[in-house]
Design a protein around this ligand. Structure first.
Ligand SMILES: [Zn+2]
Length: 268
């Protein structure tokens, strides 16, 4: 059975508490041999590292999600450095900018929007700096913020590498990312009936420029759409991706695992 990795899983979320051992066992029987547990703040980073310490197949990304930016201390760098030096911390993230639900969409003012966006940009900047300092790559969260992210990563683009996770943007934006030498990753959306734009993006992405992810507990692929997602479902995602790329599962496995080892260097 070809092996695949789930490069973006929120394994530290409460959704996985009741049956965590079964979730890992199902992943292993589906051929998912490594999982990157993604953090959203420092508490979540510590939980992800604890899972990585307890389970050989799990590694962690440590960082601060832009959606939680308002809760971040002024300077996240000192704690982040310490977390990122853990032997099983393989990336910084998820980090980035998220303009999808600004304060004004919930009755806030334009000033509040500006303040929130500034705070997101500050902690994103700090994470890019730590990534460069420690020689780690970044998991990028982008929502309705592509142009600003693209400006902000320019000075770092040759010193660190990022993966735009849950990629769902246009062909033009895909090309901008690839031209930078950065990567994308695809979730279960690629299996959705209305996911043709994502399948087009997959078709346009060279086999060695993307990775697989679930973003679980969200975005379960067909036929589990709407249910809790889990790493085992990378299998369904891989089947659709192989079909779209016109390659075998074995070729897809070899290419995407090789890319993951190059990107997450501490994976070994
Ligand atoms: Zn995520």
């Amino acid at each position: 059975m070809p092996a695949f990795y789930d490069t973006h899983a929120h394994l530290d979320y409460d959704e996985f508490k009741p049956d965590f051992a079964e979730v890992l066992a199902r992943a292993q029987s589906a051929g998912i041999s490594k999982i990157i547990a993604i953090a959203t703040d420092f508490k979540s980073s510590r939980r992800a590292l604890a899972l990585a310490e307890a389970h050989e197949m799990i590694h962690a990304a440590v960082g601060w999600h832009p959606g939680n930016a308002h809760e971040a201390p002024a300077d996240i760098r000192p704690d982040l450095r310490e977390l990122a030096r853990h032997p099983k911390a393989v990336a910084i993230g998820e980090c980035g900018l998220d303009y999808y639900r600004l304060p004004s969409s919930r009755g806030g003012t334009a000033d509040e929007d500006a303040h929130y966006q500034r705070k997101q940009a500050e902690i994103f900047q700090q994470q890019l700096e730590v990534a460069v300092e420690l020689g780690l790559n970044c998991i990028i969260h982008q929502r309705s913020s592509f142009d600003d992210i693209f400006v902000q990563i320019q000075p770092f683009a040759k010193q660190t590498q990022g993966v735009f996770h849950c990629f769902g943007e246009s062909a033009g934006r895909l090309q901008q990312i690839l031209d930078l030498g950065w990567l994308v990753s695809f979730t279960g959306i690629v299996t959705f009936k209305n996911g043709q734009n994502i399948r087009d993006a997959v078709a346009a992405t060279p086999l060695d420029k993307f990775m697989l992810e679930t973003d679980c507990p969200y975005l379960a692929p067909v036929p589990f759409r709407g249910k809790r997602c889990e790493p085992a479902y990378v299998k369904e995602i891989s089947e659709t991706l192989a079909q779209v790329k016109g390659c075998s599962l074995q070729e897809l496995s070899e290419a995407t695992c090789r890319t993951a080892h190059q990107f997450f260097r501490k994976l070994g």
